[in-house]
Design a protein around this ligand. Structure first.
Ligand code: SF4
Length: 495
């Protein structure tokens, strides 16, 4: 199970995708994704009478919040501080890791529990905790499985989605000290037994943040397992980490996001547990932490905020675009190489992590638009991918020599009528003649063969439009040959 594409970051998407497509077990799991989460997402929107208006409202709130992000973040800081919490501003992952380790050192924490957080994955927190000698236990079932297996999450809301029940049993059996069956209830019972005591023993709990309400200082956590409640209620210290775009101005905005998040994530009307945490434990309260720390992470977001890809900050991490994407459904999450996968990962990873190191990702899309249609906040992902592709041309290191050479010739030909004519002449006399009985080419020669390995290529016409036109076909346009339909004219058969 230690396949390279499960482990690595910054790898070549194409190689990792090929590995993933050759993995029969993974293909079996991914093949069911459209019929499970994909269908549930779709049905949830169909059953929701106000879905269009609510999604539009969520989008508008995000847009307006980002326009005044600094103001809302300052309000959030004041609210959290007023309640007795502490706010830590961090420019990047290293600063966030250092801030969290500092808090843990200060409170003498040796054991911690975590609930699921993609932001902690983004800053690579777990390896830093292990290195600091702090016992760290993931308490979301999926996260627990991949922590034991040593994998990265393969889906935003289903981190262990790449494993079937039999594999989960194989992963957990050594920890259980017995052979677990692949019965899902037995596996869950084991995880519950293994994790209960960890909550009670932990010195600190670390969580992400789904939304942070500026006016009240409330941290909102959404889960289906209840582990976030234990993580925040039992340990002495609670550390919550959020990307700075997670702030929402008012408590009244929250229901809008809860409705769209649950439907986008799992097709539920509402997630099972929604926890609203407002500061540390107060006098007279029975549970809750003595200390509350909020870590606010920038990590490139303020740079994105002022640029053309600002809309990527609308993302509420529901995962719906992954379930809808034909590429993700074929290659799974690990092939993308970064913390975030699928269509939104193909945008976020180059933005957070560098475009030239992740140059394949903007091309890991058919631009079919299924992601945008599925997204609860209607983020224009295809448009952003096109913009990233455009930016790649200004990053010479991101393109290989052959690619640079091919694009150079293409650009030249498109600017010169003479070269363009020569190119179309050549195409009709080579590729145009390769076709047989259909208008599709099933096998392209040489390096172009990659295209036809998994799909056909539309054959160019045997005769160019300009040749057909100058051979007198203008008669057709003037009405000669009346009664002839365009469909009967050969040139219209081809693009
Ligand atoms: S881009 Fe949209 S659909 Fe994809 S994870 Fe973000 S909010 Fe969900």
């Amino acid at each position: 199970m230690k396949l390279a594409y499960l482990q690595h970051e910054h790898h070549e998407f194409r190689d990792a995708a090929a590995d993933a497509m050759a993995d029969a077990q993974l293909q079996g799991v991914l093949g069911r994704l459209a019929d499970t989460l994909g269908v549930r997402n779709r049905e949830a929107w169909e059953d929701f009478a106000d879905s269009a208006a609510t999604r539009e409202r969520a989008r508008r709130i995000k847009d307006a919040t980002l326009a005044d992000l600094d103001k809302h973040l300052e309000t959030l800081e004041r609210s959290v501080t007023r309640l007795g919490g502490r706010v830590h501003w961090c420019d990047d992952g290293a600063a966030a890791r250092e801030a969290i380790l500092g808090i843990l050192r200060q409170c003498g924490a040796k054991k911690i529990v975590k609930s699921k957080s993609m932001t902690t994955e983004e800053i690579h927190l777990n390896p830093a905790l292990v290195e600091a000698g702090i016992e760290t236990v993931e308490t979301d079932f999926g996260e627990y499985i991949i922590q034991v297996a040593g994998h990265r999450p393969s889906h935003i809301v289903g981190p262990a989605l790449h494993l079937n029940a039999k594999q989960v049993a194989e992963v957990l059996s050594p920890v259980a000290g017995e052979t677990l069956s692949s019965d899902r209830e037995e596996l869950t019972r084991f995880a519950r037994r293994a994790l209960r005591s960890k909550f009670a023993e932990a010195d600190a709990g670390i969580t992400g943040v789904n939304f942070a309400v500026a006016e009240t200082g409330t941290i909102v956590l959404v889960s289906n397992e209840g582990n976030a409640r234990f993580t925040t209620a039992l340990p002495r210290v609670h550390i919550a980490i959020m990307g700075m775009e997670k702030v929402i101005p008012r408590l009244a905005d929250l229901p809008v996001f809860l409705k769209v998040l649950a439907r986008g994530a799992t097709g539920q009307k509402l997630s099972v547990y929604t926890s609203l945490i407002t500061g540390p434990r107060r006098m007279g309260e029975l549970d809750g932490p003595e200390e509350f720390h909020l870590v606010i992470l920038d990590n490139g977001r303020s740079r994105i905020l002022g640029g053309p890809l600002r809309e990527s900050l609308f993302c509420i991490r529901c995962g719906a675009c992954l379930n809808a994407c034909p590429i993700y459904r074929n290659v799974g999450g690990h092939a993308y190489g970064g913390t975030y996968s699928g269509p939104i990962g193909a945008v976020l990873t180059p933005l957070y992590d560098g475009l030239s190191q992740n140059h394949h990702l903007p091309h890991a899309s058919s631009l079919c638009g299924a992601c945008q249609a599925a997204c609860p906040v209607k983020i224009q992902i295809p448009e952003m991918l096109i913009r990233l592709r455009e930016q790649l041309h200004h990053e010479p290191r991101a393109l290989g020599r052959v690619e640079r050479w091919a694009y150079g010739i293409w650009a030249r030909a498109m600017r010169s009528p003479r070269l363009y004519r020569a190119g179309t002449w050549l195409a009709t006399r080579t590729l145009g003649r390769l076709k047989r009985s259909t208008r599709w080419l099933t096998k392209l020669p040489g390096g172009l063969g990659g295209w036809t390995r998994t799909r056909d290529f539309p054959a160019p016409a045997e005769r160019r439009f300009r040749d057909w036109w100058s051979a007198g076909a203008g008669d057709w346009g003037l009405g000669a040959g009346e009664g002839a339909s365009p469909a009967s004219k050969e040139p219209f058969d081809h693009a």
